[in-house]
Design a protein around this ligand. Structure first.
Ligand code: F0G
Length: 444
């Protein structure tokens, strides 16, 4: 697996610091400035970029081994697993890019595509990162792994830890995680610790636990996880036959994915796989919008956390995103943009994505709502080539979807309940079990 001539090391992601460490450095942040770390490379590919593209394509035909994975198929970009046997994989990635004509029309676009990361083994993009993160945990001899989570990370980590026979410990905000996800984490055998607090509290505690015990941390502060997530854009570019889109749009919560996409695109560009960079557009919910506020302000040097983040898109209900610095760097590299969307906008966009026969969870639908706004403000043109990343499965949060279609969706803010508009509700019909009555209801 190892490309002998590529040099891999750790580097502080803060540009004013950029201190370098060996790949075996055990911490998650820079001991000098406290910044997050990157895995950095001096790449040396065995063949030219064009020849490597052929190699990647040919690997899709294999019937065995790590190249079945849509992450490890690109192992020259993640050269830190030294043998096939070390890799913990569930054939993650390999997710489709779909045309979405109804969604395009809704957003005012001529054409729109979705890369559906919700079709991963545990139902979210986290699997792309967990395969590299858990592989690293095994490499360093960890016995236990841990994460804070709003749902998807916990399910993904629990599955990969089970595959690798590691103990899995999950910290979740009490009562705030979608049922589908809790069910997965329990079934895969993770130990669940419910924290009386929100995701940001859980994140603070898990970092403290990891720093003071031998437990291996698998949140996105772990740079090995982000290396897997960067392959989402590598695979996407391959699917687009390396034709660079104008925009890649994704939801922003803890901002690890934004950081990973920026790094992946930057590496593709500097290694000559693409001739320009797409712009990244990050979409946040209005009630959990610290990155939107940072990006819109004249002083981008310090993120001001949102103390009480509030959104029904629980995946992105995050007030103090750990990767904001790396995410800002990604937006600067790609000349990108940040938008915020309301609860009503998310709910309607989600229903539209459903009508394209695709479907996703609420956080993912923020992308379509965001594109619609970016078209209205002329940031995105109707003719632009746009790919949105749907980060999680429709099945994560059935309660949200059913409440919406029954016209019962509501959010509680400061104790007050506010109804969310169900403009595209698809209410189930109830009739007596008689053919005549059913025909009347259905109009057939
Ligand atoms: N979309 C989904 C479906 C997610 O689960 C998450 C994050 C995000 C978007 C935001 O991604 O944090 O990289 O900006 N979920 C985490 C979790 C926090 O615990 O599952 P990000």
């Amino acid at each position: 697996m190892h490309s002998p001539s590529t040099r891999a090391f750790m580097r502080c992601a803060e540009t004013f610091c950029s201190e370098e460490f060996s790949l075996d450095f055990a911490g998650y942040s820079c001991p000098f400035c406290g910044g997050l770390l990157d895995i950095a490379y001096v790449f040396s590919f065995p063949e030219s970029a064009d020849a490597m593209k052929d190699v990647f394509r040919r690997r899709r035909l294999v019937t065995d081994g790590p190249d079945l994975s849509g992450v490890w198929r690109f192992h020259e970009f993640i050269p830190f697993a030294s043998s096939h046997t070390q890799i913990v994989t569930m054939q993650e990635g390999n997710t489709p890019v779909y045309e979405a004509p109804r969604s395009a029309g809704f957003a005012g676009m001529n054409r729109l595509r979705f890369k559906h990361q919700g079709l991963n083994p545990t139902g979210s993009f986290k699997d792309n990162g967990m395969t590299t993160g858990v592989t690293r945990a095994v490499q360093v001899g960890a016995q236990a792994v841990a994460c804070a989570s709003t749902g998807n990370t916990s399910a993904s980590m629990a599955a990969y830890a089970a595959r690798a026979s590691l103990r899995a410990i999950v910290f979740i905000p009490a009562g705030q995680i979608a049922y589908g996800k809790l069910a997965q984490a329990l079934e895969y055998g993770a130990e669940i610790v419910e924290i009386e607090g929100n995701f940001d509290d859980a994140m603070r505690i898990v970092r403290e636990i990891a720093a003071t015990t031998g437990v291996y941390l698998l949140n996105s502060v772990n740079p090995f996880r982000l290396e897997g997530q960067k392959t989402i854009v590598i695979e996407m570019l391959e699917q687009l036959d390396w034709q660079v889109p104008d925009w890649i749009v994704l939801p922003g919560g803890n901002l690890g994915n934004t950081a990973a996409f920026g790094k992946g695109l930057h590496e593709l560009f500097t290694a000559g796989f693409i001739d320009r960079l797409p712009k990244l557009a990050v979409i946040q919910a209005e009630g959990a919008n610290p990155f939107y506020r940072l990006f819109s302000s004249s002083n981008r040097s310090e993120l001001v956390p949102v103390a009480h983040p509030s959104t029904l898109a629980t995946a992105i209900r995050i007030g103090n995103p750990v990767s904001w610095g790396k995410a800002l760097r990604a937006l600067e590299w790609t000349n990108g943009s940040v938008e915020q969307v309301s609860e009503d906008e998310i709910a309607e966009a989600k229903a539209v994505i459903g009508r394209d026969g695709i479907g996703c969870e609420p956080a993912s639908a923020a992308t379509l709502a965001g594109v619609k706004k970016l078209v209205s403000s002329s940031t995105v043109s109707p003719g632009d080539n746009v790919v949105c990343v749907l980060t999680g499965s429709l099945l994560k949060d059935p309660t949200y979807t059913i409440d919406y279609h029954k016209g019962n969706l509501a959010i509680e803010d400061d104790g007050a309940k506010r109804e969310i508009a169900s403009l595209r509700a698809n209410k189930p019909m109830r009739t007596p079990a008689e053919a005549a009555a059913i025909r009347r209801v259905l109009g057939i």
